[in-house]
Design a protein around this ligand. Structure first.
Ligand SMILES: *Cc1c(COP(=O)(O)O)cnc(C)c1O
Length: 366
């Protein structure tokens, strides 16, 4: 059996006609940037997340960047301020901080959840720390209660990188509404994906949302009047239309991912493999299902021979990569161990029970 890591063609098949209709509507409208489709999606996504404001932007990294740039324009952060970020994440998390002239401070992750924890963040707080950028890694909401307490105690902004966690619920609150502001990516492979690059920010802070809106459009609120040095980072009408359609399926798709995760969790029984730890299925949307093994490379090769495609998220912690070599002496033992042990196995809504069972049996026979 051949099992791809992700098959977007298969994911799209049932909705092909609906998507083509929507695209045709946009094409025929003659209006492609900053129009009704974007406004409609922003309204829907804000309401889905349970926040007052959503602003569509061009991608997830710029969503993060625009949040921090807005805080700087609003005088709430200053260049040179420190932002605590996990070392075990996709590089865009750190890049967004650096691009704004802020200083990323890498923190280790919790051994069980692979997310930031009170302990790993607390040891990194200095007098220069002004924000925590928390990533809900693999789709599992972080321990927000603890981090919120820390943020309040030290007067720090709490920003979510929710690029992997659309729809996850922590204590009855969805990601996107858990901190002061949140950034989402709608890269095609994410739980909520577009047919190209796309992203958004969500927040209850209307002033922040307005600033993100301005900065994302060259820093102008009114045409040809530029109050700030902005960028061009806009969600286009075609992607917004597709996202409105896909948003309607998000909960269903997340539940399908959860069902697969349940099958994996109860089925995979091999002493050489560690399953992820899941506290609460509602708080996890399983963007990625990462198992662990001290013999990861052998396992990856074995699965490939059996037709099962896998990925590694992530093969290098950020502070050990060339882009951030100035942080190379930093020691974050849990993150550094994980980079050698984690292996992501296929998990996407249209995976069949037969395919999931084949993955389970193959893993158990290793
Ligand atoms: C995908 C991702 C991003 C970046 O999103 P893009 O839309 O690709 O720019 C940022 N952070 C995390 C954790 C991601 O998984």
């Amino acid at each position: 059996m051949q099992i791809p890591f992700l098959d977007l063609q298969r994911e799209l098949k049932d909705d092909y006609e609906k998507i083509m209709d929507r695209i045709e509507r946009v094409v025929k409208s003659g209006w492609y940037i900053l129009g009704q489709e974007k406004l409609e999606f922003e309204k829907k996504f804000a309401s889905y997340c349970g926040v007052l404001n959503c602003v569509g932007v061009a991608n997830g990294m710029e969503a993060l960047q625009l949040i921090f740039q807005s805080y700087i324009e609003l005088g709430e952060l200053q260049k040179g301020d420190e932002v605590i970020v996990p070392a075990n994440t996709f590089i865009a998390t750190a890049l967004a901080v650096s691009q704004c002239g802020l200083v990323p401070v890498f923190a280790d992750c919790d051994e069980k959840t692979y997310n930031l924890s009170r302990a790993t963040v607390e040891e990194k707080i200095t007098s220069k720390t002004k924000a925590i950028l928390v990533v809900h890694l693999y789709g599992q909401a972080s321990a927000i209660d603890d981090l919120k307490e820390l943020a309040e105690q030290h007067q720090l902004k709490l920003v979510e990188d929710a690029a992997q966690a659309h729809g996850a619920i922590y204590n009855e609150t969805r990601t996107g509404a858990l901190g002061d502001a949140a950034a989402f990516s709608f890269y095609p492979t994410k739980n909520l994906g577009a047919l190209g690059d796309a992203g958004a920010i969500t927040t209850n802070d209307a002033t922040l949302a307005e600033m993100v809106r301005e900065l994302s459009n060259y820093g102008s609120k009114n045409r040809y009047q530029y109050a700030h040095k902005g960028i061009n980072s806009r969600l286009d009408e075609m992607q917004a239309a597709v996202l409105s359609l896909n948003l309607a399926k998000l909960d269903d798709n997340n539940n399908k991912r959860r069902d697969i995760a349940r099958r994996y969790l109860s089925g995979i029984k091999n002493k050489k493999i560690i399953n992820p730890s899941v506290n609460n299925f509602e708080s996890h949307v399983f963007h990625i299902y990462a198992i662990r093994s001290s013999n990861r490379e052998d396992l990856k090769k074995y699965l490939q021979e059996k037709g099962i495609s896998t990925e590694v998220h992530y093969p290098k912690v950020i502070h050990k990569g060339n882009a951030y070599k100035e942080f190379a002496t930093e020691k974050l033992p849990v993150s550094e161990r994980l980079q050698h042990e984690v292996l992501s196995i296929p998990i996407f809504p249209s995976l069949t029970n037969e395919e999931v069972d084949y993955v389970v049996d193959t893993l158990n026979n290793w």
